[in-house]
Design a protein around this ligand. Structure first.
Ligand SMILES: [Mn+2]
Length: 340
């Protein structure tokens, strides 16, 4: 008899009711509640622990993959370190944004000195995450990250693509994140893809459900050979083809090893109303599940993944419920792609 079939999870339990985890677990996750430069809404720094709480409500039996193997994953909390770094960046970032909104110039010395401190703190965090990821990869384990905003996973990507230079990046998002900087922030969530492509210009990448971007971002993307499918293009495709066939077509464009970065605002905002920069349109939850299933079915391997921008600015915990379910799908398909 399955105990969890009859009683709720204990409140202090880990993700998905995990009561203990093995240090040598095959999948190693990191909670990074970082949002140093958040632009519109705020609250994604609360996400990791709220997703954790919401994950207790899930049934860990998956219709397609079977039961979650609790011994196969371990999640490390980076909250203390992140909060230490963020204590300095948040007031400075607010100061910069307020000054810019009041018409100050970006070149203003006061603004530049604040930006310099924020950049330093961001670089420290990126380096920490990169070091952690390298350790995980050196132990032949599989890293994943729960943000936080979209600037969080850059250190993880750096380590993963150094280890797997021929991996592909699957990017689900409403935004291209190809700004050179945003509001002066070099390591902004809106610049993460630009920073990545600068480091790994040859990497193959697929960008799905894009629907909010600037002309400069599009031009920059064309120069760097990004495979972009906008929400509009996807809706047109869906009128002619089954979703599974569309997924198969995309997966043929990607190498065998894949990193997945899921910005929750790539999904339909009805699923994530509290995210920082919601945009109408986007991916249905069932479409995410099928895409992940097809990754496994076509024998691609998920070498790492991240889930970012989950937030609940308004009320209730629906955003975190969806976040926990998206995390569950990512975990299960990642494990299945490694036959765990
Ligand atoms: Mn986004």
């Amino acid at each position: 008899m399955n105990i969890k079939d009859q009683s709720p999870n204990q409140s202090h339990a880990g993700f998905f009711g995990q009561t203990s985890s093995l240090p040598q677990a095959q999948l190693q996750g990191l909670l990074v509640p970082w949002e140093p430069t958040v632009s519109y809404g705020s609250g994604t720094s609360l996400a990791p622990l709220k997703i954790l709480k919401a994950s207790h409500q899930l049934d860990t039996f998956h219709e397609h993959y079977g039961s979650l193997n609790e011994d196969a994953f371990k999640i490390t909390d980076f909250t203390d370190l992140v909060h230490d770094l963020q204590k300095r960046t948040l007031p400075l970032a607010r100061g910069v944004v307020q000054a810019l909104e009041q018409g100050a110039a970006l070149a203003d010395l006061g603004i530049q000195s604040k930006l310099k401190v924020i950049r330093k703190q961001s670089e420290m965090l990126i380096q920490y995450i990169q070091n952690w990821t390298e350790e995980v990869l050196n132990a032949d384990q599989i890293p994943f990250l729960i943000g936080g905003d979209h600037s969080c996973p850059l250190g993880l990507w750096n380590a993963v693509f150094k280890k797997h230079p021929h991996a592909g990046l699957l990017h689900i998002d409403a935004h291209l994140d190809m700004r050179e900087s945003y509001e002066g922030f070099k390591f902004s969530h809106a610049s993460v893809m630009y920073n990545f492509k600068k480091e790994f210009p040859e990497s193959q990448s697929l960008h799905l459900f894009m629907r909010d971007f600037s002309e400069e971002e599009v031009q920059r993307s064309q120069n760097l050979n990004l495979n972009i499918f906008t929400d509009r293009q996807i809706q047109n495709k869906k009128a002619k083809m089954s979703w599974r066939d569309i997924c198969r077509e995309w997966l043929e464009m990607l190498p065998p090893k894949i990193h997945i970065t899921l910005d929750i605002d790539g999904m339909d905002p009805q699923l994530a109303p509290g995210t920082g920069t919601p945009v109408p349109g986007g991916m249905k939850f069932q479409e995410l599940k099928i895409l992940l299933e097809e990754i496994v079915a076509t024998k691609h391997q998920i070498v790492s993944f991240d889930l970012v921008e989950v937030s609940g600015r308004h009320q209730g915990d629906f955003d975190f419920n969806v976040g926990a379910r998206a995390l569950f799908e990512l975990l299960m398909s990642c494990m299945a792609s490694h036959k765990l």
